[in-house]
Ligand binder design. Structure first.
Ligand code: SF4
Length: 383
């Protein structure tokens, strides 16, 4: 796995081999507090707005997920595994159950569980909380799951797409590394929203044009990680779809939920949509996140409506700065980074909205991150 260089597809792109080594080492530690054996949790609780690649994978290639899960369990010395799904993923559960009946799991004890539907419920420690019978609230860290996860056991939590890639990566590591692909959900203002397998390094523009039939209103904005990172302007569409290149460009790849927004959209309506999403999905545990996301949302609604003053932007920057260092999970700092990153890229639009002038653009506001938005409805898979 280290030779293949596989990195996790749950959003963080963390090297899989290092994660496996950490769980394995913890399980072998004679001085660890818990004597319970390690366990593997496959994270199929896909909740990033717009992303349906894990759902697609579980419906159409469930055997690959289970084959990777069996290999991962063997690597870390686990004899028990759980596939954890979003509450609404009945079809995915049925597909995995059908595949399980035919899969050679080498004595691995496998359970398939469904949880809640909220965004934060897909966070790895929130999943562990649900599996232990509590509400889906992320845990403070440390400890991380590899050291003390489910019931205090060394726990490997791995995204289902990552697991589905394991058999090919293990079988021929050099070949896998030389032509690595990833699943991308392309959605928003494109002719053909959908899930595509794309070679890492492909320019974003090529994915929009060749996979999704092109943009319907020009390339205004590209959100390669959905709401979970600052977007790129359409002028930067030649940036490669690659986690390191996107980070260097001030964005991220995350779960490759690539939202395309047309050139006529007001970026302040996008910023308000982003902030409202983070406010809506904050779980309520940490005051800096709960209050901070509410503040960002309130200020951005005022900016969009043209009722904000320049001083409000100072308050927004102050709130975002505080949010960057607080919170049990990444929600708070991700909200701050996404929203401020977008605002930095559209400072002229921000100024045009201040002082009671309102939006100078003729196009209607867009709210792609809202549940049931036309952009989300167009990519959602039938139940
Ligand atoms: S940072 Fe936000 S979403 Fe995460 S645990 Fe705290 S309140 Fe919940």
């Amino acid at each position: 796995m280290a030779d293949a260089g596989l990195r996790g597809r749950g959003g963080g792109w963390f090297p899989v081999a290092r994660k496996w080594q950490a769980v394995r080492a913890e399980a072998a530690d004679p001085y660890r507090a818990s004597r319970l054996p390690p366990v593997v949790v496959a994270n199929g609780a896909e909740s990033e707005p717009g992303s349906v690649k894990d759902q697609h994978l579980m419906r159409h290639r469930p055997a690959d997920v289970l084959a990777g899960l069996a290999l991962a369990a063997r690597a870390v010395g686990a004899t028990e595994a759980i596939v954890f799904l979003k509450g609404s993923f009945e079809r995915e559960a049925a597909a995995l159950e059908a595949a399980r009946r035919q899969a050679p799991l080498d004595g691995l004890s496998l359970t398939i569980r469904r949880g809640e539907n909220s965004y934060v419920a897909g966070e790895e420690t929130a999943i562990l909380e649900v599996l232990e019978g509590r509400r889906a609230w992320p845990r403070p860290k440390p400890p991380l799951p590899y050291a003390s996860g489910l019931e205090g056991r060394p726990t490997l939590v791995q995204n289902v797409e990552t697991l589905a890639r394991v058999p090919a990566a293990v079988a021929e590591p050099e070949r896998y590394k030389a032509a690595e692909t990833t699943l991308v959900t392309v959605w928003g203002h494109v002719r053909r929203p959908g899930v595509h397998e794309v070679t890492l390094g492909t320019p974003l523009r090529g994915i929009v044009d060749d996979c999704a039939g092109g943009a319907t209103d020009g390339l205004g904005w590209l959100f390669p990680a959905g709401p979970s990172a600052a977007p790129l302007r359409g002028a930067d569409a030649d940036t490669p779809l690659d986690p390191d290149a996107l980070r260097a460009a001030g964005s991220a790849l995350g779960t490759a939920s690539l939202l395309v927004v047309g050139a006529s959209a007001c970026p302040l309506s996008l910023a308000a949509s982003l902030a409202a999403f983070f406010e809506r999905e904050a779980c309520g545990q940490c005051p800096p996140c709960t209050m901070g996301t509410a503040n960002l949302s309130r200020i951005l609604q005022a900016v969009e409506a043209g009722t904000a003053r320049a001083a409000d932007l100072g308050h927004l920057a102050e709130a975002a700065g505080f949010m960057s260092d607080h919170g049990y999970c990444a929600h708070s700092r991700t909200a701050a980074a996404s929203v401020t990153g977008l605002l930095r890229r559209c400072s002229e639009d921000v100024q045009a909205h201040l002082g009671g002038r309102g939006c100078p653009r003729p196009a209607a506001p867009v709210d792609p991150f809202a549940p049931g938005s036309p952009e989300r409805a167009a990519i959602e898979l039938p139940a």
